[in-house]
Write a protein that binds this ligand. Structure first.
Ligand code: SF4
Length: 562
């Protein structure tokens, strides 16, 4: 025990903030403003507009990936980047001028981006203000104008920068932009990006989330609780709130705080489960931290998305294969979603110094493709593989793979081998219509170190996913007393284009009944598992839906007797 006379040993901080450098040039910012804020100068941009429109017209099939590809090709050949919104305005002006004939198909291609809202909600991504992360991962970029780990010329980042990282303006602008190009925006999932959320000051976090809700509500609130309450009846209802953080920041208190803020999904920066590789890359955490974080988050009913980075310093394609297997073989991990971000070698990072000394080698495209093919084969039916590549602008990558359609290449290889990927994303129904009467209701169960997980799915005759539900039957205590001893629904997802809340069209309404059916099956499974109460982690804007299904609101969850 120490007393006033005993000199206290100063604890070495686990992390130190590092100096930050670099940023987007004033010219890049001015160019962005030109593109997004100022009215489009048709005369000045006429040739580029015509080049874009022609490139879009000649594509035999057109979806969001096609648009990204066309856009990349034209910017590489010296044309400015145009968003779809700008192109649409340019196209209409050229039709008005008589320079182009009106073409319905072209307008459709420039108007709607159906894939973006196919999962039923409009996603809105916002960035927190520039801030260092307490960790010192050697691969992580440090752009002084961005929250740690983001580059200001990454897609979406410049928008946040131009809006001063203001949460209200980011949401407001995005909702307006999506509505302008034809999306239903009454159901909104908010994704908060930016380094390590848990490292920001609590008062900043609270203000940030309140202002996100104020923007959806169209009216200011004094407290988080008031903002949440208003959102239950707002024009833009929140169907999910996502943050990203480090596993070692997840504590019982942090989980309670996240739930209080309204968080329903957490993106965990795991990067590796190999402690040797973790140490070499100065991650400052171990696989044991990841296991503990996942147990706490799962126990709170959160959906968990993990980030994994192959090709870190010290890894080889073989060690990465073994690392990837740990995510599924270890019952304490088994995430709901995953983003694979192959390490991008960026100048100015410590990893780059290793590269210059010949101690680090980025994988070749063939090595990376083979690795991703093998990884994708291992992804179980209950996981959604959201990404296999981070969208870092190619000029930022000092060496290594910059292929933008890597997912497609991997997908094709899997299809040729007759082993298509089974992950949720690859099996979602997308634009196909769903006959509710033909759905097969399947059950997949697996264990974690905290629960028996039940993955219920509604599958079409051609093996596509029309919807699914994640039910947790806990085997240990919950970190939040309100749901202790209860079975909990962690996610209900029914696919179909985002519908306005008032949309009563028959086929769609019928398919919405799939959610009800999934919940009924979940009730039966929970009862059979010996549970007497079923909770659901409901985002603020979905409370009315669960109320109609007999769930009553508690403090942070809704629940019903079984
Ligand atoms: S924890 Fe994430 S944001 Fe922080 S330094 Fe590491 S990679 Fe970058």
């Amino acid at each position: 025990m120490s007393d006033a006379t005993t000199p206290r040993k100063r604890r070495k901080p686990k992390y130190e903030f590092t100096a930050r450098a670099k940023g987007t040039s004033p010219e890049q910012q001015a160019e962005w403003r030109d593109r997004h804020a100022a009215p489009l100068d048709i005369t000045l941009h006429r040739d580029s507009l015509l080049a874009y429109l022609e490139a879009i017209r000649v594509e035999p099939r057109f979806d969001s990936d096609t648009f990204t590809r066309v856009s990349r090709r034209l910017t590489r050949s010296g044309h400015p980047h145009f968003s779809k919104d700008v192109l649409r305005r340019g196209y209409l002006a050229l039709v008005d001028d008589g320079a182009l004939a009106a073409d319905e198909e072209m307008l459709r291609r420039l108007t709607i981006n159906p894939v973006r809202t196919l999962s039923g909600v409009a996603p809105v991504t916002v960035l927190t203000k520039p801030f260092g992360c307490p960790a010192q991962c050697i691969f992580c970029p440090d752009d002084v104008q961005m929250p740690k780990s983001y580059l200001s010329n990454e897609p979406g980042a410049m928008r946040a920068l131009m809006l001063d990282f203001d949460p209200f303006r980011q949401v407001d602008e995005r909702i307006r932009a999506m509505a302008r190009i034809g999306h239903a925006v009454d159901k909104v999932e908010l994704l908060i990006l930016g380094g390590t959320w848990s490292a920001y000051r609590p008062d900043y976090q609270e203000w940030f989330v309140r202002r996100l809700f104020d923007a959806m509500n169209g009216v200011d609130s004094e407290t988080i609780e008031e903002a949440h309450r208003r959102n239950e009846q707002a024009a833009h209802r929140n169907t999910g709130l996502v943050i990203e953080t480090r596993p070692d920041h997840i504590t019982p208190d942090e989980v309670r705080r996240l739930r209080w803020l309204g968080v329903t999904r957490v993106q965990l920066g795991v990067q590796t489960l190999d402690d040797r590789v973790s140490a070499l890359n100065k991650r400052g955490e171990t696989a044991a931290d990841v296991r503990r974080a996942m147990r706490l988050l799962r126990g709170a009913g959160m959906k968990i998305a993990v980030h994994w980075m192959p090709n870190l310093l010290g890894a080889t394609p073989e060690s990465d294969r073994a690392d990837f297997r740990r995510f599924w073989d270890d019952p304490a991990i088994r995430p709901d979603e995953m983003k694979i971000y192959p390490t991008g070698l960026l100048r100015g990072t410590e990893l780059y110094e290793h590269y210059e000394r010949g101690e680090y080698h980025p994988y070749t495209e063939a090595e990376l493709t083979d690795l991703l093919v093998d990884c994708k084969r291992l992804v179980p039916d209950y996981c959604r593989l959201n990404r296999v590549m981070r969208d870092i602008p190619a000029p930022e990558i000092a060496a290594g793979v910059t292929t933008s359609n890597l997912r497609q290449i991997v997908q094709n290889k899997l299809a040729q081998a007759g082993t298509p990927c089974r992950c949720i994303r690859c099996r979602e129904v997308k634009r196909e219509s769903v006959d509710p009467g033909a759905l097969d209701w399947r059950v997949l169960e697996y264990d974690t170190d905290h629960s028996r997980e039940v993955f219920l799915s509604a599958v079409t005759p051609n093996d596509k996913l029309a919807g699914f539900l994640r039910l947790s039957l806990p085997t240990g205590p919950a970190p939040i007393a309100e749901i202790d001893g209860q079975a909990i629904i962690r996610q209900v997802q029914v696919y179909g284009p985002a519908l306005a809340l008032a949309d009563e069209s028959e086929g769609r309404a019928q398919h919405q009944g799939s959610g009800r059916r999934l919940i009924e099956i979940a009730r039966q499974r929970a009862r059979a598992g010996g549970f007497t109460r079923l909770a659901v982690i409901s985002a603020v804007g979905t409370r009315a839906y669960y109320r109609r299904l007999g769930f009553e609101p508690g403090e942070w969850y809704m629940s019903s007797l079984l």
